[in-house]
Design a protein around this ligand. Structure first.
Ligand SMILES: Nc1nc2c(ncn2[C@@H]2O[C@H](COP(=O)(O)OP(=O)(O)OP(=O)(O)O)[C@@H](O)[C@H]2O)c(=O)[nH]1
Ligand SMILES: [Mg+2]
Length: 234
């Protein structure tokens, strides 16, 4: 197996839908999932390049592995659940630090998954209190709504990440380009997410090649039993 030319890593709290997003993209389906143990990868051929896409475990007990998976990453997909504000907060508090091992020019996508549920929830609460999601109002219905994440919250996190990485907003891709709302269940924006990143990662691969040896982890040493397309290294 040829060494991958680039690496993309999915990070985020447990249950936000990382495995489901990857399976939706790679296998075109939305199967039942079990909480990931350790991590697993898929290989995707994009143009003439091999890109490894790593799914990681969101469970606290596997937290220490995160920075190992991020080593040499060309892009990190920071995933949250649009219906749970805390999952966005966790990205900053728990997961961002893991990306210190990624490439210096690593790209960051902020992905709010499960929009299909938000649409249902939003319709319900609008009926209840006559307000749109995210609007301040009193009562129990607004408590439910206030847990929803607004797109601007994700944009604010993206800008914080650029600051954390000491990157100038002018030199980095625009927040609007790097913040996505997806549904692994319906497939909404899933192809757009992965393929936008592939298109951005290819020039990075070319740049790295012109500068010296690739900084990717050699996954050829992992020999997952009986699996060819996806592997597990837990
Ligand atoms: N409605 C809906 N459910 C989803 C979506 N994506 C994932 N789920 C469900 O959310 C649950 C968790 O999904 P996973 O993909 O296993 O979550 P994960 O982020 O990989 O979780 P860990 O492996 O524990 O870190 C499963 O029951 C999925 O079916 C989505 O877009 N919409
Ligand atoms: Mg998983």
């Amino acid at each position: 197996m040829r060494k991958p030319d680039g690496k993309i890593v999915l990070l985020g709290d447990m249950n936000v839908g990382k495995t489901s997003l990857l399976q939706r993209y790679m296998e075109r389906r939305f199967p039942d999932t079990v909480s990931t143990v350790g991590g697993a990868f898929y290989l995707k051929q994009w143009r003439s390049y091999n890109i490894s896409i790593w799914d990681t475990a969101g469970r606290e007990q596997f937290h220490g592995l995160g920075s190992m998976y991020c080593r040499g990453a060309a892009a990190v997909i920071l995933t949250y659940d649009v219906n749970h504000l805390q999952s966005l907060v966790e990205l900053e508090e728990r997961f961002l630090g893991l990306t210190d091992t990624a490439n210096a020019d690593c790209l960051f996508a902020i992905v709010g998954n499960k929009v299909d549920l938000r649409e249902e929830g939003a319709a319900e609460s609008q009926e209840e209190d006559g307000h749109s999601p995210g609007m301040a109002s009193g009562g129990c219905a607004s408590l439910k709504v206030s847990k929803q994440v607004r797109p601007e919250d994700a944009v604010a996190l993206y800008k914080k990440i650029l600051k954390y990485k000491m990157l100038d907003e002018k030199d980095a891709p625009a927040a609007e380009q790097m913040c996505f709302e997806t549904s692994a269940k319906t497939g909404h924006n899933v192809d757009l997410l992965f393929e936008t990143l592939f298109e951005m990662v290819v020039p990075m691969i070319l740049r790295q090649r012109s500068q010296g040896p690739a900084q990717t982890v050699d996954i050829t040493s992992y020999k997952p039993p009986g699996r060819t397309k996806a592997g597990c290294c837990a």
